[in-house]
Design a protein around this ligand. Structure first.
Ligand SMILES: NC(=O)c1ccc[n+]([C@@H]2O[C@H](COP(=O)([O-])OP(=O)(O)OC[C@H]3O[C@@H](n4cnc5c(N)ncnc54)[C@H](O)[C@@H]3O)[C@@H](O)[C@H]2O)c1
Length: 335
């Protein structure tokens, strides 16, 4: 099968390798000519220290990538997704299946990528939508280390199709889900919690503190999932808790690292500028905060994080404010 992969950064390239291993043909489209050149001529990628399969090709031309296949894998940062999807729509002359792997929420609209695709792709170009998410560092999957993901779609047929497209018996196992909003929201909001966990680490707080913030963070993820129409149980699966386990306590995670730098005293802009690759969590804190206001949700950790990233207060003062809240019963939301 042929697949067009829009975005040839760490994750797009890693998934292209999975598809190549599974005997599919992939054309990557990236706006960075250096990445394209390295993939085509050296079979390498600047982010990895390995050789990638020779049959993976790349182009800077979106037109060529859209022409190549009617399966479109979106692996660009969420902040550019709307623009990219708009351009794809203007180039399509048939229906395509969209598979999104970015993990973010559009701050201006509080939309998940499924909703952006629905708005920007006209019905005559839309075959279906699947979100592929879960606990996954590109740095591990590119080395073919065992990983599990979840493919969520409103169409059980499309979810199964993507499950079979990516799964193999060597190192990648994909589950299916019918809860698109739940999977997308959990996958996005966990980046905000990963930043908070990184800030705590950078401030020199211990593992007790991080466990506290992560598990109370899960409650905030569930609160947002429910407000947006997803299911609470989804947040307890691969795309929520699963992804938090790899993101919220690992130095391999860019969101965690970005938080760590803020916790050590860098400004948000300095921390972001020091990161070579996409950090979704900062924009996601803004999006989550706006969702909280819109739906009148109680999100103390997200609110505290928002005061820090908007320079209203220091991380230390935000933490003190969290601790001054009235004492409560621990309530676990299950539905
Ligand atoms: N890296 C991971 O381990 C990982 C795992 C799962 C999900 N994700 C998610 O995947 C998304 C991408 O992450 P990444 O790690 O690949 O980021 P990255 O920064 O490594 O790559 C993003 C790529 O998108 C390209 N790009 C930007 N605008 C583009 C455009 N208009 N058209 C085509 N390409 C464009 C950039 O040149 C870059 O190569 C993020 O939402 C991230 O949360 C990443």
């Amino acid at each position: 099968m042929k697949i067009s992969c829009i975005g040839g950064g760490a994750w797009g390239t890693t998934l292209a390798q999975v598809l190549s291993d599974n005997h599919h043909e992939v054309l990557i489209r990236d706006i960075n000519p250096l990445f394209v050149d390295k993939i085509n001529h050296e079979h390498t990628h600047p982010f990895f220290d390995i050789t990638i399969p020779m049959d993976i090709k790349a182009t800077v031309s979106l037109e060529e990538a859209v022409e190549f296949s009617d399966i479109i894998l979106l692996s660009v940062p969420t902040r550019v997704t709307r623009q990219v999807v708009k351009e794809i729509n203007s180039l399509l002359n048939r229906k395509a299946l969209f598979i999104n792997v970015s993990k973010g929420i559009e701050p201006e609209t509080s939309f998940c990528v499924s909703q952006i695709v629905q708005e920007e792709i006209s019905p005559m170009h839309f075959k279906g939508y699947v979100n592929l998410s879960g606990p996954s560092h590109a740095e591990e999957l590119i080395l073919r280390k065992l990983t599990a993901l979840v493919a969520a779609s409103n169409s059980a047929t499309d979810a199964k199709f993507v499950q079979e497209l990516f799964s193999n018996e060597r190192y990648l196992r994909v589950y299916t889900s019918g809860d698109v909003i739940g999977v997308e929201t959990s996958g996005a909001i966990k980046n905000a919690i990963a930043i908070v966990s990184g800030v705590a680490y950078g401030m020199g707080l211990g593992e007790n503190a991080r466990a506290f913030l992560i598990s109370r963070g899960v409650k905030e993820i569930v609160t947002i999932v429910l407000a947006l129409g997803g299911k609470a149980e989804t947040a307890y699966g691969l795309s929520g808790i699963g992804d938090l386990i790899v993101t919220a306590s690992s130095l391999n995670s860019r969101n965690f690292q970005c938080g760590l730098k803020i916790g050590q005293g860098m400004s948000v802009n300095e921390a972001l500028a020091s990161m070579e690759q996409t950090v979704e969590g900062i924009k996601t804190i803004e999006a989550a905060y706006q969702i909280g206001i819109k739906y009148k949700l109680e999100l103390p950790i997200i609110t505290a994080a928002h005061t820090v990233i908007t320079n209203q207060t220091t991380a230390k003062a935000a933490l003190m404010k969290l601790l001054q809240r009235s004492l409560k019963e621990e309530i676990i939301v299950v539905n």
